[in-house]
Design a protein around this ligand. Sequence first.
Ligand SMILES: O=C(O)[C@H](O)[C@@H](O)[C@H](O)[C@H](O)COP(=O)(O)O
Length: 223
Amino acid sequence: MNLHEYPDRELMMMALADRIAAQLGDALRGKDRVTLCVPGGTTPGPVFDTLSDVALDWDRVTVFLSDERWVPEDHERSNARLVRERLLRNRAAAATFLSLYADAPQPEDVIDDLARAIEPHLPIDVLLLGMGADMHTASLFPGADRLADALADDAPILVPMRAPGAPEPRVTLSAPVLAGAMHTHIVITGQDKREALERARNLPPEEAPVAVVLPEAEIHWAA
Ligand SMILES: O=C(O)[C@H](O)[C@@H](O)[C@H](O)[C@H](O)COP(=O)(O)O
């Protein structure tokens, strides 16, 4: 396991933002457009703050989320809202954001259109993920209704997901899309997630979905 341990969270968030920026910069030297995929949730805000001020050709960067909660973008639980408020500002305001939410009652109503918008931007150049203490990543939750579909080798790009631990329907990138990223980082804090990560190493993805990205990922941890 490729684990980076940091003395504190602040240092970790800054070092991780630098690493992501360097990988985006390298990718931008090799092609016209690059893709950055980021998580929502409570952990990545400080990474976004630093990243938003980095000097990069942001107008050649496409940003989308690993997963979205099915709530309007002005909702306090919207991951798009987090990304707009914390990442797509300062220099990074020039990036193109592809939302995984559209104004429809259910994700199933629009999921094909959302996937069609993402497809030209795959594979992901730099992928940042979070992880829950239940070993979910993106919205690949243990016990979720369509987890098996999202883990399949021939899974579609996006899968609607409902899970006991998630208060609203979700849309998530599928396992093959996440596993196909060129560079993958997982950012976690706290002892409970560190222990969950250790457990996930020896469990199948059906029980520990984060296992689908562990072999390739750099893991960043601070207490
Ligand atoms: O919408 C979401 O919740 C995320 O994208 C999700 O996969 C997140 O990364 C983990 O749940 C960790 O969340 P925290 O960082 O809040 O613990």
